[in-house]
Write a protein that binds this ligand. Structure first.
Ligand SMILES: Nc1ncnc2c1ncn2[C@@H]1O[C@H](COP(=O)(O)OP(=O)(O)OP(=O)(O)O)[C@@H](O)[C@H]1O
Ligand SMILES: [Mg+2]
Length: 222
């Protein structure tokens, strides 16, 4: 069974009187442990696609199956449970909490789940080490470079051992060398822990590093 399966998915946005078809007849599936890049120009539907897979948003028609289960039959509670326990999100703008140190930012998802502070700290430090930043544990995000912040965000997304990691343009604010570093860290983690990674980018220079590529153009799969 496929981990994630989209069947004839369409997504419409209403803009006043008009409608915009942001995704058109998308059928796709992802196996456990796969590392996939979604590539396409600005406005092609990458964020829309990742939001649907992350159950942040719902398709206008078509079905999305996760572990064989139709997400349209899930209640809001079931969806937020699924997001909280099975998915790690990484964003373009890092979304770190400025008043918390690196390690505290990474601990947060565990503390929300009522994991004891000592246990959360230990796990967060392990993740920080995996992204090569254990010596910056006490730094706040504003004392870090963009690449370091994104590594903290990766560690935070992974601290709950998610089944799926969704990274929407995680390298958009980084230079090429740092972007490649970030991809390599994600790929290493992907190999090691077999989480399924979905990564979007509009940067063509990163594509030869991907083993699976999905191309979107104007809401279509190409
Ligand atoms: N909430 C929304 N309401 C209305 N239209 C939207 C909404 N979100 C996205 N769109 C439109 O849907 C299309 C796809 O947008 P999407 O954000 O998925 O593209 P993208 O590939 O992620 O672009 P970018 O590379 O700029 O992030 C665009 O035409 C966009 O203007
Ligand atoms: Mg986007």
């Amino acid at each position: 069974m496929k981990l994630i399966k989209l069947q004839a998915v369409n997504k419409k946005y209403k803009l006043g009187q008009t409608e915009l078809l942001a995704l058109k007849d998308i059928s796709l599936s992802f196996n456990k442990g796969e590392f996939t890049a979604v590539w396409g120009p600005s406005g092609s539907g990458k964020t829309t696609l990742l939001n649907l897979i992350g159950t942040i948003d719902e398709p206008s028609s078509g079905t999305i199956l996760i572990n064989g289960k139709d997400t349209s039959g899930m209640s809001d509670n079931q969806k937020s449970d699924y997001r909280n326990t099975r998915i790690g999100f990484i964003f373009q703008s890092f979304n770190l909490i400025p008043v918390l140190s690196a390690v505290e930012n990474i601990m947060l998802p565990l503390q929300i789940r009522n994991v004891r502070t000592a246990v959360a700290r230990k796990k967060a430090m392990q993740r920080l080490k995996e992204v090569g930043l254990e010596n910056l544990a006490k730094n706040r995000p504003d004392k870090m470079s963009g690449g370091q912040r994104q590594r903290v965000a990766i560690a935070r997304a992974l601290v709950t051992d998610p089944e799926v990691v969704i990274a929407d343009e995680p390298t958009a604010n980084l230079d090429l060398a740092t972007s490649i570093e970030i991809i390599e860290i994600m790929q290493e983690i992907n190999k090691k822990n077999q989480a399924t990674f979905l990564f979007s980018t509009h940067d063509q220079r990163l594509l030869d590093r991907m083993n699976r590529l999905i191309r979107l153009e104007d809401g279509h799969l190409v």
